[in-house]
Design a protein around this ligand. Structure first.
Ligand code: TXA
Ligand code: MG
Length: 341
């Protein structure tokens, strides 16, 4: 069954659009919106029908809770507890921006049960993207929004990605720019101290320790299933159709493997390698100018994986990336994309 998906571009002065979106949210409709991390698939977080529709449209397991997006802190009054000095410091340092915090719920009656998937905690985020903020401010609706992809696909960083996955399944796609950061927000469990990063993102442990002090936060090891705090991390994620191989040998030995291969093999590399690749016939895509440019790598990764999906590639190679505090999110998403779980 297919529904008609409206494509809308936001014009700041067009208040009719915001009235229409507000009405749609009240009716339980789904609206894909841009954010600075990835596009989100939004519904009114207080609406059972809308939030249920999110899981259906994405094919998302119902035990994987959603993040609630908002524009003004007052919107969280009576919903979650912000009564914590360290949380307040995080908020003033990183919001609006790519940080999601998990907090204790104080009133279970407001947010739909579909959003929390039965947990006593709620994940909340104040996005920075201009269009997202306009929609949040002008509709004054709390928006539950996971990434706007089909479950198991890379998160969408461009309008076209959302269209490919969800056209005919959702009510509106807001057409906007490429997502500035390209990887999902840093998710921080603030219900216990020290805090735990349950999903790495562009705000890193070092960034947070600069604000809260050393020892205030640690990376929760998501590879250990007994320690999974964020339910979404246990599912296979971000995966391209082709097998993604993170090559741990030397660059020269990888080039040896690739030099006689054809376009059915992909190679994700950097512009500064170009001169070594002149006679290669593999399908080459550049993640950034160099491996050091982590921001650029983050921004391009999902788009590249999706491009390969459209190009009948069987295997994609990438040289292993050195894991540092800064590259942690990138390495995490690459590992997930390459895992066969
Ligand atoms: O950047 C982002 O965070 C994007 C944009 C749209 O804001 N959203 C996003 O949502 O990535 P989603 O649903 O794809 O990922 C949310 C993650 C999941 O891993 C989920 O399990 C976790 O956050 N999560 C949500 N609520 C939680 C809670 N109460 N406790 C633990 N983990 C939670
Ligand atoms: Mg997601």
């Amino acid at each position: 069954m297919s529904i008609k998906t409206e494509i809308i571009e936001i014009n700041i002065d067009d208040n009719q659009i915001f009235e229409k979106l507000k009405d749609y949210y009240k009716k339980g409709k789904l609206v894909a919106i841009p954010t600075e991390t990835v596009y989100g698939l939004s519904a009114d977080a207080t609406n059972d029908k809308g939030t249920k529709n999110i899981y259906k449209a994405k094919g998302r397991p119902s035990d994987n809770p959603l993040i609630v997006h908002f524009a003004k802190l007052e919107q969280l009054d009576n919903i979650v507890s912000l009564d914590n000095e360290n949380v307040k410091k995080l908020i003033s340092a990183f919001w609006p921006g790519p940080m999601t915090v998990i907090l204790p719920i104080i009133n279970k009656g407001i947010i739909s049960k579909n959003v929390t998937a039965g947990l006593d905690t709620l994940a909340v985020r104040m996005p920075k993207n201009k269009v997202a903020r306009l929609i949040l401010e002008k509709t004054n609706v709390l928006l539950a929004a996971p990434s706007a992809n089909t479950s198991g696909k890379p998160s969408p960083t461009k309008f076209e990605h959302v269209y490919n996955d969800l056209n005919g399944k959702i009510d509106v796609i807001i057409k906007s720019e490429i997502s500035e950061l390209g990887l999902e927000s840093t998710v921080i469990d603030c219900t216990k101290y020290p805090f735990a990063i349950v999903r790495p993102g562009s705000i890193t442990k070092d960034d947070i320790e600069k604000v809260l002090g050393e020892g205030s936060i640690y990376y929760n090891n998501q590879e250990d299933v007994t320690k999974i705090i964020s339910p979404g991390m246990k599912y296979r994620h971000y995966s391209p159709d082709a097998d993604l191989i993170i090559y741990t040998g030397s660059e020269d030995s990888l080039l040896d493997i690739l030099k006689n291969k054809g376009s059915e093999i992909g190679f994700i590399t950097y512009e500064n390698m170009k001169n070594k690749l002149e006679n290669f016939s593999v399908n080459i895509k550049y993640l950034a100018d160099s491996e050091e440019n982590i921001e650029e790598c983050n921004k391009n990764l999902y788009n590249i994986l999706r491009e390969y999906d459209n190009e009948n590639v069987e295997k994609i190679y990438i040289l292993d990336i050195l894991e540092t505090d800064k590259s942690k999110a990138l390495v995490n998403r690459l590992r997930k994309a390459s895992s066969k779980k």
